[in-house]
Design a protein around this ligand. Structure first.
Ligand SMILES: [Zn+2]
Length: 239
């Protein structure tokens, strides 16, 4: 959490908010919505535990279709069961053994896929959470399927010294603040060579407001194809 630039006081405040299950108290810790979302994704990225309850009939969920053949998307109430992180939009497991992800980030045959909170699915939802109107245009599904197909956040989940493992995404020091709108002047990192490129709030793998997002870059598409096509060619199935 300190890597996200949080102060010890903010960390203590967040821990207390989690213990009370009060979303508003978490927001009162002086932490941006985007950092809060990043924390949630970090907490859920390892998988297992209650976060995958929707995938198991024994815990009220629905078992996955064959994850070697299908992309499973569970749409459910993520936050009713987990009010302390009431801003969780969704999460996904990336494929195994990709160079731009830490080892062990992937799910299993039972958990592989995408999970999206019903309030953030599609663009005709009664989203009245604090995230409205930042997550009501259906971009959550695009973002999470991007993770499922191997893409990381364009800021590399770190500062300007880290990137997403894809050359043509401009460097960014952090995620775009969804509350700041679509600001073309934002440029948080100095590129090694000119031209200097602004942060790409248009990218689906940023945390910008849904209304700002409209593209993947060519090399992001190449990585997605590299995940899909070899499996299709060599094994006759989609991973
Ligand atoms: Zn994400």
């Amino acid at each position: 959490m300190e890597d996200l630039g949080l102060t010890p006081e903010q960390i203590q405040c967040l821990m207390e908010a989690v213990s009370t299950g009060d979303i508003n108290s978490a927001l009162a810790c002086g932490v941006s919505l985007e950092v809060l979302l990043q924390l949630v994704e970090i907490f859920t990225s390892g998988g297992g535990g209650n976060m995958d309850a929707m995938k198991d009939p024994a815990t009220g969920g629905v078992a996955a279709w064959d994850t070697d053949r299908y992309l499973n998307i569970w749409v459910c109430d993520l936050n009713g069961e987990n009010p302390a992180v009431g801003l969780l939009l969704g999460f996904a497991y990336p494929p195994a053994d990709l160079p731009n992800w830490p080892a062990g980030s992937n799910g299993t045959a039972a958990t592989d896929g995408v999970v999206i909170d019903y309030l953030s699915f599609g663009n005709n939802t009664p989203n009245t959470t604090p995230l409205q109107p930042f997550a009501d245009d259906g971009r959550t599904a695009v973002h999470e399927v991007g993770h499922y197909l191997g893409l990381r956040h364009i800021w590399g989940d770190g500062d300007c010294t880290q990137d997403d493992g894809i050359d043509d995404t401009p460097d960014a020091d952090a995620q775009t603040d969804a509350t700041a709108g679509c600001d073309p002047s934002q440029n948080t990192c100095t590129e090694a060579t000119d031209p200097q490129l602004p942060d790409m709030y248009e990218n689906y793998m940023d945390y910008s407001s849904d209304e700002c997002q409209n593209l993947f870059l060519r090399q992001q598409a190449d990585l997605i194809r590299s995940v899909l096509i070899p499996a299709q060619v060599c094994c006759g199935k989609i991973r």
